[in-house]
Design a protein. Structure first.
Ligand code: ZN
Length: 84
């Protein structure tokens, strides 16, 4: 049985990779509209794909702030407010 201690270096590497990803590209694609910024609906008669209503989650931008970046922004704001 592998001990929990052997998984610690892997977890550290994964965390570092995620931190690098958040630093390199803080925005990910919106999970609700998958980056389209709006819903895709099929027209009733013609059956063509049409642009639906704007995505409420990302308000049409198609991107979202990554969780790690949101955490970093919160910590930075807290530090800024605390050391003024
Ligand atoms: Zn969206």
């Amino acid at each position: 049985m592998p001990s929990l201690l052997s998984a610690v270096p892997i977890l550290i590497v994964l965390t570092l990779c995620y931190a690098l990803l958040c630093a390199a590209s803080p925005y990910g694609t919106c999970r609700k509209c998958e980056g389209w910024g709006h819903a895709i609906v099929r027209a009733r008669r013609s059956g063509r794909l049409k642009r639906g209503r704007q995505c409420r989650r990302c308000s049409g931008y198609g991107t979202r702030l990554r969780v790690g970046r949101r955490l970093y922004n919160g910590v930075t704001r807290l530090h800024h407010d605390g050391t003024r």
